[in-house]
Design a binder for this molecule. Structure first.
Ligand code: ADP
Ligand code: ZN
Length: 224
């Protein structure tokens, strides 16, 4: 099954993607994570990517699309992927359609995380991450055992550069301008399923699980 997670920054797409891969064993492709890796690797391209990300702008379509399609054509993507953070523009959505077609694959479903701006801002501004293992925390919702220290790595948590208030504002504006009309795009294709991004993660996961089983996209395992 190939699935796209759509919704504003702070909708909880990454959290759900983690829960979904644990449950169904699909490959998680997060363009945000891939781009952060590219920044870490450095070089000219890394530096270029970093400028866009830190200001909350989108990284150019061709850079992101190349990275995603290369990843999707690897053997471990054969059984299906969860795309988190891609596509974000109409051009990316069309590139994805084309890339899937060329591999005789198709997109099975799109989950749209309808999320209020208040909740999104609250989650992003309170988010802290471990630089070492990448785990996300939230100062109130998901606090570490020891304040500001990663449970697993025992190192200090940081706030992502692009989670600063101004950049968050711009990311939400960019979402409204560039990404939001993908809701129309996928609705017209009959692929869109709206879920409530404001509710707590476990509750949302249960809702998604029921939805995917109802659609026959994953097996209904009665043993659990
Ligand atoms: P969020 O979804 O919370 O904004 P991500 O970690 O998914 O966070 O993305 C962080 C940044 O990476 C974005 O603000 C953007 O600059 C860049 N990015 C991620 N995915 C894409 C994409 N598909 N196209 C262009 N830029 C992207
Ligand atoms: Zn850690």
């Amino acid at each position: 099954m190939n699935m796209v997670l759509l919704g504003p920054p702070g909708a909880g797409k990454g959290t759900q993607a983690d829960m979904l891969i644990k449950a169904y064993g699909l490959l998680h492709i997060s363009t945000g994570a891939m781009l952060r890796e590219a920044v870490k690797e450095g070089g000219e391209l890394g530096a270029e990517i970093e400028t866009y990300m830190n200001s909350g702008e989108l990284v150019p379509d061709d850079i992101v699309t190349k990275a995603v399609t290369e990843r999707m054509n690897k053997p471990d993507a054969a059984d299906g992927v969860i795309l988190d953070g891609y596509p974000r523009t109409r051009i990316q959505a069309e590139s994805l359609d084309k890339a899937l077609r060329e591999e005789n694959k198709s997109l099975d479903t799109v989950l749209y995380f309808k999320t209020s701006e208040e909740v999104a801002v609250y989650r992003l501004s309170g988010r802290r991450v471990c630089e070492k293992c990448g785990k996300n925390y939230h100062v109130v919702n998901i606090p570490p055992r020891v304040e500001n220290i990663c449970d697993k790595c025992n190192v200090k948590l940081i706030q992502r550069e692009d989670d600063s208030p101004e950049t968050v504002k711009n990311r939400l504006a960019v979402y409204g301008k560039r990404t939001k009309d993908l809701i129309v795009y996928y609705n017209e294709k009959g692929l869109l399923n709206e879920v409530d991004g404001d509710v707590q993660a476990k509750k949302l996961f249960d809702e998604i699980d029921i939805l995917l089983k109802k659609k026959g996209l994953i097996e209904n395992d009665d043993s659990n």
